[in-house]
Each structure stands twice: as structure tokens, then as C-alpha cells.
Design a protein around this ligand. Structure first.
Ligand SMILES: [Mn+2]
Length: 373
């Protein structure tokens, strides 16, 4: 029985420049913390090896502290053994990075930088397919088909890149053959690149990133615990929870008659708000007062969360004369409100312009509410 952990896409050192305040630093630190969480799972489950299927580092030139502290953390968890594969973000083109890693790597860190069989034990051979450049433009796992390993040895593949339609960055030029495991007689093919866990076939999986870094995948961060009983056995795979932050997209669908504030508040998670990044996507229809109240409710709750963003660009505002009456019955304010409403709903304007008009109308509405005795 051989048992190991399959992970990928740690993206250590990622900057998260789209966020402000302390959050980028907290998210970066969480990625470093994954090293310890993976090692703890390895100890608890009796796995002695952790395969990292590429993009361990976010860039070809990670800051020295990112690189050195990652290696030190890995060393601290010996005898757990780490296998680090060059991905597309940290490809072999980053010659300086890999030279420094080679010089600094502790004994329990194996750099899988060459497409040659690596013995993980007398019974287990690892066939790595390191990315030579950011976009190799060919299937780096092809060599595995002809790789010879001793009779009876388990054959594990380790590769990084797109398969079929699954490319994290929308590129499809360097596609790994979806049936590579079968073609190369692999017992298991550990893939990286796609940031959500994904089963390609019983012997081929993407682990996804252990610490989510975007809203796209709607999956928690996880790593895979893989056990293989022998050459003919199918791998047994289970997911291990590894993330410290939750990234959630929540669909806020509003129907006529819904109270948008109630719908919003029922949707917000109760616990772990400080570790939760939320994207609320509002769709459907809402009246102007409800919409304004919902925006204000979201703004009131936002400080509880690591991040909370309300995207209401897909929400249609229903505005009746009575709603504009709440701003003013006549005069300059009323005229401005009517003009903004017309702009917010005009097909002649771009989505961005309509959004600005909508936001201005909502603001005008809330000012009017505030000054109404
Ligand atoms: Mn990646």
C-alpha cells in the first residue's frame, strides 16, 4: 500500500493586489500556512509523501523570504517528503529560481525538474512532467508512455496544465492527453493547474488549490489523500480540508414582493465571517426603496467579513411614480431623479453608464430619505 497527498497551485507569495488594507497580507500568509496544514494531514493519515503538481510559487521571481520560508517550513515537517514540480507560473524558464531552490532545498524536498523516473521507494516510481516554459505548447506528459520502470513498480505521473477544456487561464494550446494515465500505464496521474478539485477519470485528478484564491470555482480548498494497494488496484481517494479562507459566490435572487434586506440577511453566513470573502450577485427585480435598503444593509454587514462585494448590475429596478415621489413630487430633484431613471434603463447607454445612473439614483433616493422629516 502506498499512500500520499496530492496537492497543487499553492501560489506562494501571491499578492492579491485587487484587495486593500490587511487582506492581501492575510491571504498571502494563509497560503504559506497551507504547508503546515498539508504536513499535518500527512502525519495524521500515515502518508509520507506530498506531491505538489506545479505552481508552488506564484511567480518566477518570488521574494527571497517567500522562497526561503517555504523551504524552511517544509524542512520543519521532515520526515514528510515534498516533491515540487515546476508549473506554468514557476516554470523551468525561471532558471535562477530553480538554481536557488536546488542550492537551498533541504533533504526532504525533491525538485522534480527533469522528465526522468524518480524512485519514491523501491516499489514506487514517479514520472514528472515539469513545465519547461510558461506555455510549453506541447503535451509535456507524452514521455511517460515510453518510460520504463521495474516490473511490478507503481507508476505515478505528476504534471501541470490544461486537459480537455480545463485551463485555469483560458489557454488550450498545451493540452495534456485526457487518457494519459491509460496510455502510459499509470496507477495515478496527479495534475495541477485547475484551481478546483476535479475528477478526470478514476486514475486522473486535479487536486485543486488547497487555499482558494478566486471566486471562480465554488469549491472549498482541499487536497487529496491517495492510497494505492497495488498495480491492478484502483486508487482510493478522499478529500482533505486545507483552506483557512472561504471564497463564496452567493446568488441573491429577488422576486416581486421579496424584501431584499431579508433575503440578503438570510443568505449571509453566520460563522467564520472574518475568514469569508463573499461576492453577492443580485438578480431579478427590485423596487427602488428595497434596492437602496439592500445596498445599505450590505454595507453595514461588510466590516464583519474579510471581504463583501454586492454586484447588483444584473438587478432590474422597478420604479413607480410613487417611488420618485419619495424623492420629491416636483422640482429640480424630481427632474434629476426622473432623468437618472431614464438613463438607468436606456438601452442606448452601456452597462457601465446605466450602472452609474442607477447608483446615482439610489444615492439621491437615500439622501432624500435621510432629510425627509
Ligand atoms: Mn495555478
Amino acid at each position: 500500500m502506498f499512500r500520499f497527498i496530492h496537492s497543487s497551485d499553492l501560489h506562494l507569495g501571491k499578492r492579491f493586489g485587487q484587495f486593500t488594507g490587511d487582506l492581501p497580507g492575510r491571504l498571502r500568509e494563509a497560503r504559506h500556512g497551507v504547508i503546515g496544514r498539508l504536513a499535518q494531514h500527512a502525519r495524521e493519515h500515515g502518508a509520507d509523501t506530498i506531491l505538489l503538481a506545479g505552481d508552488t510559487f506564484d511567480t518566477e521571481t518570488p521574494a527571497p523570504d517567500v522562497r526561503r520560508q517555504a523551504l524552511a517550513a517544509m524542512r520543519d515537517h521532515a520526515p514528510v517528503r515534498w516533491v515540487v514540480l515546476p508549473g506554468n507560473h514557476d516554470s523551468l524558464q525561471a532558471a535562477q529560481l530553480w538554481a536557488m531552490l536546488k542550492a537551498e532545498a533541504p533533504e526532504n524536498v525533491i525538485l522534480a525538474t527533469e522528465p526522468v523516473a524518480l524512485p519514491l521507494s523501491p516499489q514506487v516510481a514517479l514520472l514528472p512532467a515539469p513545465c519547461t516554459t510558461r506555455r510549453p505548447g506541447r503535451d509535456m506528459s507524452e514521455w511517460m508512455d515510453g518510460a520504463t520502470t521495474p516490473e511490478g513498480t507503481l507508476r505515478l505521473g505528476l504534471a501541470h496544465g490544461a486537459i480537455r477544456d480545463f485551463s485555469e487561464e483560458g489557454a488550450t494550446s498545451d493540452v495534456i492527453a485526457p487518457d494519459r494515465a491509460a496510455r502510459a500505464g499509470l496507477d495515478y496521474l496527479a495534475l495541477g493547474d485547475w484551481h478546483g478539485a476535479l475528477v478526470v477519470d478514476p486514475r486522473t485528478r486535479y487536486s485543486g488549490t488547497p487555499e482558494p484564491d478566486r471566486f471562480k470555482h465554488r469549491r472549498p480548498g482541499e487536497a487529496l489523500l491517495v492510497s494505492i494497494a497495488g498495480r491492478s488496484a484502483l486508487p482510493e481517494v478522499s478529500a482533505l480540508a486545507t483552506a483557512s479562507f472561504d471564497w463564496q459566490i452567493l446568488d441573491l435572487q429577488l422576486l416581486d414582493g421579496d424584501d431584499p434586506v431579508q433575503v440578503l440577511e438570510a443568505l449571509l453566513p453566520e460563522s467564520r465571517r472574518r475568514e469569508t470573502l463573499l461576492q453577492l450577485v443580485a438578480t431579478g427585480r427590485s423596487r427602488l426603496p428595497g434596492r437602496t435598503a439592500m445596498t445599505e444593509a450590505a454595507a453595514r454587514s461588510a466590516p464583519d467579513f474579510a471581504f463583501l462585494e454586492l454586484d447588483d448590475s444584473g438587478l432590474t429596478t422597478e420604479c413607480e411614480a410613487g417611488d420618485l415621489d419619495l424623492i420629491d413630487r416636483a422640482g429640480a430633484l424630481r427632474e434629476a431623479a426622473a432623468a437618472l431613471l431614464a438613463e438607468a434603463e436606456s438601452e442606448r447607454h452601456s452597462a457601465g453608464e446605466r450602472e452609474i445612473a442607477r447608483a446615482a439614483l439610489a444615492r439621491l433616493f437615500s439622501y432624500a430619505q435621510a432629510v425627509t422629516p
